[in-house]
Ligand binder design. Structure first.
Ligand SMILES: [Zn+2]
Length: 268
């Protein structure tokens, strides 16, 4: 049985001091054998850091218009049925099935606050500075704020496909992002800066060897990566190799759109 003190021990082992600012990405199931699962882990996390945020994204609010900008990795029109089933964003809305098991535990904490981006909200504890920095125009500003605070990325049982900071770094590097639309009680909201495809993100792993600190919590791998260093690694790599971190699926509309941007840049 893994308990609270094992979590504390593992978090210390990877370098958490109680003063860290974190973005936390968790697998949908808590570490096997962890007593009281995510509740125990969150309690240990709050002992081990100063503030934390985690993505609470809600793609079920997305609606697709009849027409929109080009190179947007989307087929417009003919989405009447999909649009009819979209949810209005509200602060109590569940996030995706992958995120929700951990997010629901964070949200139930009495000091939890959720940002109000209708597609890409974050929920945090003691993290007002990060959460308040977000706007509809700059969905990943909380990650920029995290980096400014010398914060860290904590991966618990997940790989880099869940690592939202890589999406932010892609945008810093000048890579194309996308526009999506979300349903709110104030009407449809245009949401620029929507991220592309994360399926190729694990290619980053070897480049992080010098900056990542990992340990096991039971059979779950836990890794801590300084946000600023990760962003620098991604931006540097994309500048040298513009197709870095794209996936290998020839039908991936997001990665096709980025390849088109690279070819256009190359021609001009
Ligand atoms: Zn892709």
């Amino acid at each position: 049985m893994t308990r609270f003190r094992d979590c504390i021990h593992t978090f210390r082992e990877i370098g958490l001091t109680g003063r860290n600012h974190l973005i936390v990405h968790c697998s949908p199931s808590p570490p096997a054998g962890l007593h009281s699962g995510f509740e125990t882990m969150l309690a240990a996390l709050l002992e081990s850091c100063e503030s934390l945020i985690t993505p609470a994204f809600t793609p079920q609010t997305m609606i697709i218009p009849e027409v929109g900008p080009d190179h947007n990795a989307i087929r417009y029109g003919q989405h009447y049925e999909h649009n009819r089933q979209a949810d209005f964003f509200n602060p109590a809305l569940s996030s995706t099935a992958f995120l929700e098991p951990f997010v629901s535990i964070v949200r139930s904490h009495p000091q939890a606050v959720r940002s109000d981006h209708p597609l890409l909200s974050f929920v945090g504890i003691h993290a007002e500075k990060m959460l308040e920095s977000q706007s509809v125009l700059s969905p990943f500003e909380p990650i920029r704020t995290l980096a400014e605070l010398d914060g860290d990325i904590l991966l618990i049982g997940t790989d880099h496909t869940a690592n939202t900071s890589i999406h932010y770094a892609e945008q810093v590097a000048g890579r194309r992002s996308f526009t999506r639309w979300a349903l709110t009680h104030a009407g449809a909201v245009t949401c620029p800066g929507y991220p592309g495809c994360p399926e190729g993100f694990n290619a980053l792993r070897p480049q992080l060897d010098a900056i990542v600190r990992s340990a096991n919590l039971g059979s779950t791998m836990v890794s801590l990566i300084p946000a600023r260093d990760l962003i620098q690694a991604v931006v540097g790599w994309i500048h040298v190799e513009p197709a870095a971190l794209l996936c290998s699926n020839p039908d991936c509309e997001f990665c096709i759109a980025v390849h088109a941007q690279i070819n256009a840049d190359h021609t001009h």
